[in-house]
Design a protein around this ligand. Structure first.
Ligand code: GDP
Length: 194
């Protein structure tokens, strides 16, 4: 198992984060929804491969049908490759994620981010939520606790450092994420040895 998949809505900073993680120049600001194929990047130092799965959720100019198709493709990719996937990273925008989840929590409706989080856990892919753009968040602890609550994990967030990683990809401040990933790498290695 040597693959880490990144998923998340468009514009959360996935390309920026990918560049920080891999040192590769990832084109940012691509037209949302257009990149349908997974992009692979090597994390040379660790020998891991990151896969950037297409963005999903609201994308202006992309019809609902195509958005659903993208989500279906992401789910299928993870299902087909679950045995090779070491960890999943769900990237969210710390500034807006709680509001977006609340706006889409209605009768019979499960917000995309929450749905993907549970999906990854259901297929037993250890998942880290990379809460990006923390530079734009004032009430840090409160926001992260609210996010835990919406994801169905018990606050305080500090109990979940292997699952919730506040980062600022733009400034290269991603230690919380790499630390969390390392925890999962070591657990996987130990499990593989058993
Ligand atoms: P993607 O669509 O998820 O790949 O998002 P991009 O990487 O293209 O980033 C979308 C926008 O968010 C760009 O304008 C980035 O500069 C900005 N961005 C990315 N990371 C951060 C961050 O940590 N803080 C802030 N304030 N902006 C960020």
């Amino acid at each position: 198992r040597d693959e880490v998949v990144l998923v998340g809505r468009s514009n959360v900073g996935k390309s920026t984060l990918m560049r920080e993680l891999t040192g590769h120049d990832v084109p940012t600001g691509r037209k949302p929804g257009v990149t349908r194929q997974p992009n692979h990047f090597d994390w040379a130092s660790e020998g891991f491969m990151f896969t950037d799965l297409p963005g999903f959720g609201f994308m202006s100019g992309v019809p609902e049908e195509q958005r659903e198709q993208i989500k279906t493709d992401v789910v299928r990719y993870v299902e087909d490759n679950a045995d090779d996937i070491l960890a999943g990273v769900l990237v969210v925008d710390g500034k807006s994620v709680v509001d977006i989840i609340d706006r889409h929590s209605g009768e019979g409706e499960v917000p995309h981010d929450v749905e993907l989080f549970h999906f990854l856990r259901d297929v037993e892919v250890p998942t880290v939520v990379a809460v990006n753009k923390m530079d734009k968040v004032d009430d840090r602890d409160e926001r992260l606790d609210d996010l835990c609550d919406r994801l169905g994990i018990l606050p305080p967030w500090q109990q979940w450092r292997d699952t919730v990683a506040p980062i600022c990809a733009k400034r290269g401040d991603i230690d919380a994420l790499t630390d969390a990933l390392e925890t999962h790498f070591h657990e996987a290695k130990r499990d593989d040895l058993l």
